[in-house]
Design a protein around this ligand. Structure first.
Ligand code: KIV
Length: 279
């Protein structure tokens, strides 16, 4: 049985740190699951790292459902949370419930949506139909990016008070967890100590209850944006390009395929064939 939202909530009570990573495809999700990561997040960052968009705004429900289905075929142990993409939940509560249901049918255990206090009513309605919700405050790529660009949140007292208020309202609305993105570490710590549910940070310091990273950042596979907070555990893109160059050279010099990569015919059959075609 895979992890549940209750297991993740319990981890905070037991002071165990929670690991989360984004996943979008079967192959990498299998490896993340095998590594024992607690939460696989099918983030709408898929739009950038998988589909090459400039930002997350063009991502559709159909795309999120396809990524969610692929990850759900791979996961055995982790909790699976999927993002509601831009404009799949903002226009009406009915949209929010319908689209959350689609992600759950695609294999998610819970959905995540961006927004603070303003989203409390919507979150409450989704939770009321039985779908667990993860909130997302601080930098919200679907909207903050439109007005401010990439900017650390919670650097002033007023901005900190707003974030703390958002977190409390989301707690009251019934989220099982909150992601906080690019928030000053002091404010992230205050929020983590204030609310009862797990706070999963990205670029928000070490005092959060857990951490999430985009898997391509961690593996060193996405070079377009290199956020300061994203620790690179390897430089996979260099290794991949090197391997592909080796392959190209092997093809050009006929080194590949070698005998061990080929299939042969039965010798007598080959003899008969040669006679028949006169070669
Ligand atoms: O889409 C995403 O990858 C996310 C994380 C940055 C939390 O929402």
């Amino acid at each position: 049985m895979h992890k549940t939202v209750q297991d993740v909530i319990k981890m905070k009570k037991e002071r165990k740190k929670i690991s989360a990573i984004t996943s979008y495809d079967y192959t990498l999700a299998s490896l993340c699951d095998k590594a024992g990561i607690d939460i696989l997040l099918v983030g709408d960052s898929a739009g950038m790292v998988m589909l090459g968009y400039e930002n997350t705004i063009p991502v559709t429900m159909e795309q999120m459902c396809m990524f969610t289905e692929a990850v759900s075929r791979a996961r055995k142990n982790s909790l699976l949370v999927s993002d509601l993409p831009f404009m799949s939940y903002q226009a009406s509560i009915e949209d929010a419930i319908n689209n959350s249901g689609k992600l759950i049918k695609a294999g998610a255990d819970a959905v995540k949506l961006e927004g603070g206090s303003i989203m409390a009513e919507t979150i409450s309605a989704i939770v009321d139909v039985g779908i667990p919700v993860m909130g997302h405050i601080g930098l919200q790529p679907q909207t903050t990016m439109l007005s401010e660009g990439y900017k650390v949140q919670g650097k002033t007292k007023d901005s900190a008070m707003k974030l703390i208020g958002d977190a409390k309202d989301l707690e009251e609305a019934g989220v099982f967890s909150i992601a906080i993105e690019m928030v000053s570490h002091e404010v992230a710590q205050i929020i983590s100590e204030t609310v009862s549910m797990p706070v999963i940070g990205i670029g928000s310091g070490a005092k959060c209850d857990g951490q999430v990273l985009v898997v391509q950042d961690l593996l060193g596979m996405y070079d377009k944006i290199k956020p300061k907070f994203a620790k690179r555990y390897m430089n996979l893109s260099e290794d991949i390009v090197k391997s592909l160059e080796n392959y190209r050279n092997d093809v050009e010099s006929s080194k590949f395929p070698a005998e061990e990569n080929s299939f042969s015919m039965n010798v007598e059959e080959l003899e008969k064939l040669r006679k028949e075609i006169g070669s």
